[in-house]
Design a binder for this molecule. Structure first.
Ligand SMILES: Nc1ncnc2c1ncn2[C@@H]1O[C@H](COP(=O)(O)OP(=O)(O)OP(=O)(O)O)[C@@H](O)[C@H]1O
Length: 406
């Protein structure tokens, strides 16, 4: 049987284009007709609603991906999901969703925010524009007066202007003041691929990386964004940034470090807890995302660790595939190749639990894996209870002591 020809369209000019170009049997779509489209979010917005999608075609976003990737909507959906769980199952179950920092959308929730702000005097907050990325427009503050300029600006707008500026809303979020440090502050970028929302089918990528700040962490200088924001877009503007040394560790390196320092068991628990973050956050939008068999989504999760272990900062629907070093390029190349293999399913039976670096994490329920070893495990070892209950042995472990915040 001859190899099938797939006509692809690609809206990005980086690693993904290289991967598509080198895929055997895949050719760039010459006219408007395509079988596979890796498009930008702008393309999706402009075209999706007016396009007829043939039965077999695939596209790399769900129509309303922003329900998870816009900072305010993510929190809104998680809060609602938590409330529903509390009502339907109970408090313990609901507390499994307590992995996002206390967050308010401004200006609409300003009075609620002020109430919370006053309840914990002296704490640090972070303001982030809901629809921007790469650290743009972010600042830290400790006093209400520090956000007065922003508030004044908003107050002087007419209602119409406010509507037009809706996309420029902010979230005020509690700043995680005691991040887990490896000399520097870092956060984790983890990739999760969703191939269907109903039923939910999600794959977790074993590789990923930690993004370090270049500057030693201290809460005394809250104006130094190089210190507090660990995303690469910010770090590479630092004067002493070295792209080859970079400010990244691959996930395996981080695993090794943490294992040496805290032991295997704790590292397994950490990664298992992150699975909980991924699955619960996807479940929180499961009924809201417009499920469409043509669509898949490769999310980039940003996770911050502290003594409570894991905090979800945000979910990117369009994570950067631009590479900061050769190692980074190779990792992203493999990630995208494996993503296409999962989505394409050419030569696969559909029953696989592992494809390249991907482990099937959720398939309308937890996925049981028998062949998990520490080297390969990125935590997909759900068992009936482990993702719901706190394991007793964990209680002995130092920075696992607090089961869940809140
Ligand atoms: N609540 C928080 N506590 C501590 N640090 C935070 C918090 N929120 C964000 N940060 C830091 O700021 C960085 C940028 O935040 P975030 O990812 O939410 O913004 P962004 O502009 O959308 O960035 P990007 O899209 O490039 O990931 C994070 O990588 C993290 O280092």
């Amino acid at each position: 049987k001859g190899r099938r020809c797939v006509r692809y369209k690609c809206g990005l000019h980086n690693t993904i284009l290289d991967v598509l170009r080198q895929r055997p049997g895949w050719v760039e779509a010459k006219d408007g007709d395509w079988d596979f489209n890796w498009c930008s979010l702008a393309y999706l917005r402009e075209n999706y609603d007016h396009s007829y999608l043939e039965e077999h075609v695939r596209i790399n976003h769900f129509r309303n991906h922003y329900e998870l990737s816009r900072k305010n909507l993510m929190v809104k959906n998680l809060k609602r999901h938590r409330k529903n769980l509390e009502r339907d199952i109970g408090r313990t179950e609901a507390s499994q969703c307590d992995f996002f920092p206390c967050t308010f959308t401004l200006p609409s929730e300003y009075p609620l925010f002020v109430e919370e702000f006053k309840r914990t005097p002296g704490s640090t907050w972070i303001m982030k524009p809901v629809a921007k990325s790469q650290g743009k427009g972010i600042f830290l503050f400790k006093r209400l007066k520090d956000i007065m300029d922003w508030k004044k600006q908003d107050g002087s707008r007419s209602e119409e202007q406010k509507d037009a500026a809706q996309v420029e809303s902010y979230v005020a979020q509690r700043y995680i003041e005691n991040p887990y440090l490896i000399n520097r502050k870092f956060d984790l970028r983890v990739y999760v691929l969703v191939t269907s929302y109903v039923p939910l089918k999600a794959w977790l990528y074993r590789d990923g990386f930690a993004r370090f700040s270049n500057t030693r962490f201290s809460l005394s200088s809250i104006d130094d964004m190089d210190m507090h924001l660990t995303n690469v877009a910010i770090q590479k503007t630092a004067p002493d940034y070295d792209p080859e040394k970079g400010c990244k560790w691959q996930m395996q390196q981080l695993r090794k470090y943490l294992t040496a320092k805290h032991g295997r068991e704790m590292v397994e628990t950490l990664f298992r807890r992150m699975d909980n973050v991924f699955v619960r956050s996807l479940q929180s939008v499961q009924k809201i995302v417009i499920n469409d068999k043509h669509c898949f989504e490769l999310y980039g999760y940003d996770i911050l660790l502290d003594e409570n272990l894991k905090w979800l900062l945000e979910v990117n629907a369009s994570p950067s595939f631009a590479a900061s070093s050769q190692e980074d390029y190779e990792m992203k190349y493999r990630l995208l190749e494996d993503t296409l293999n999962v989505v394409d399913m050419e030569g696969l039976s559909g029953k696989e639990k592992r494809v390249g670096g991907y482990d099937l994490m959720w398939n309308d329920g937890p996925v049981y894996r028998e062949d998990v070893t520490l080297e390969t495990l990125h935590s997909s070892c759900f068992t009936a209870n482990t993702h719901l209950c706190v394991n007793d042995r964990e209680k002995q472990l130092r920075w696992l002591l607090k089961p869940f915040p809140g």
